[in-house]
Design a protein around this ligand. Structure first.
Ligand code: IPM
Ligand code: MG
Length: 372
């Protein structure tokens, strides 16, 4: 907080991050100006831009600033130029380090089949129609962080790569709690994903979710689904899902696949939430699910809607402005209804716009919706 104003920390990062974040910044400014959002916008370098200035991907005082922020608006990380960095730089300061340092354990990835994007989706209209689901992905544990890890050379000269998938019961329980709480505000159903048929850690996952359900959330519907079946169900009949609860790796894979329900990876927003502290505050980082997309960076053709919809999640989860979140989502839907399309969702008969042009279209819709 700065006085009684919330602090929004913008970290645009690499690749298309700066282009798409420039649009969410303009929209955040619109909410400050036109809707009385009490927030100050500040910036922090991340990625190559930070490396050029500080010799590291994350500046020295970046983590404290991130901890102090009410919400972090994050762009993207990584890209071709990372190959030129000394390996220790790329490793130690990555997005994963941020997730761990801020204990961002709950990653929310909402996926909606907007009618306007029926053409952009590879799924048949009747298969995707009506889909409105949220993947709740565990984000600070599992195989992404498990020890031991590494590559070792065996006595006979063969090499062995090792990663460890591990979860403790409290790690499973806290993310499951987020999923159940969220389901209560939605259609009241959680589908928990695991490979309990193969993995011991998957069996534990199922047990802990089930026990928490019976103890505290018996009013919420719960089903368990094996991860491979879930991949198929997401393209067969995605509207069956309300809240999907997954571990770190399954959530990574399933959310990319599920992007095609929306029509493009460029459409997906996310919120990564830390634990609620004694003062009621929690660290929260909002980022589009698409990566840095180095192949199209700097060309002004990237889709900013994943970043813009991430701002809507920040309005909802960190800034206490659910009505503004709904307004922004409606403005995005309306811009699409009126035919604005970036390259990734373009089809015959629509009007192709630049990254900036899509930002303009959303701002114009906001103006009209605000006037009523
Ligand atoms: C994501 C990304 C990241 C992940 C990468 C960039 C490390 O794919 O947020 O889904 O694997 O978690
Ligand atoms: Mg991913």
């Amino acid at each position: 907080m700065a006085g009684n104003r919330a602090t929004l920390l913008i970290m645009a990062g690499d690749g298309i991050g700066p282009e798409v974040l420039a649009e969410s910044r303009r929209i955040a400014e619109w909410f400050i100006l036109r809707r009385g959002l009490a927030a100050v916008l500040t910036e922090e370098l991340f990625g190559l831009a930070a490396y050029r200035k500080h010799g590291r991907l994350l500046g020295e005082d970046a983590l404290p600033r991130m901890r102090a922020a009410d919400a972090i608006l994050f762009g993207a990380t990584g890209g071709l130029s990372f190959a030129e960095l000394p390996p220790e730089v790329g490793k130690s300061d990555s997005l994963l380090r941020i997730r761990k340092a801020l204990d961002l354990y709950a990653n929310l990835r909402p996926i909606k089949a907007l009618p306007a994007l029926a053409e952009a989706s590879t799924l048949k209209a009747r298969a995707r129609e009506g889909t409105d689901l949220v993947i709740v992905r565990e984000l600070s544990s599992g195989i992404y962080f498990g020890e031991p890890r590494g590559v070792e050379t065996l006595p006979d000269g063969r090499r062995r790569g090792i990663n460890t998938h591990s979860y403790t019961s409290d790690e499973i329980e806290r993310v499951a709690r987020v999923a159940f709480e969220l389901a209560r505000k939605r259609r009241n159903h959680v589908t928990s994903v695991d490979k309990a048929n193969v993995m011991e850690a998957g069996k534990l996952w199922r047990e802990v979710v089930e026990a928490l359900h019976d103890a505290d959330y018996a009013d919420v519907g719960l089903s368990h689904m094996l991860a491979d079946n879930c991949a198929m169900q997401l393209v067969r009949a995605p509207h069956q899902f309300d809240v999907l609860l997954t571990d770190n790796l399954f959530g990574d894979l399933l959310s990319d696949g599920a992007a095609m329900i929306a029509g493009s990876l460029g459409m997906l927003p996310s919120a990564s939430l830390g634990p609620v502290g004694p003062d009621g505050r929690r660290s929260a980082l909002y980022e589009p699910v698409h990566g840095s997309a180095p192949d199209i960076a700097g060309r002004g053709i990237a889709n900013p809607l994943g970043a813009i919809l991430s701002l809507a999640l920040a309005l909802e989860w960190s800034l206490g402005r659910p009505a503004d979140a709904r307004l922004l989502e409606s403005a995005v839907a309306r811009a699409l209804d009126e035919g604005a399309r970036t390259a990734d969702i373009m089809h015959a008969g629509a009007k192709q716009v630049s990254t900036r042009g899509m930002g303009d279209a959303v701002l114009a819709s906001l103006e009209r919706l605000a006037r009523g």
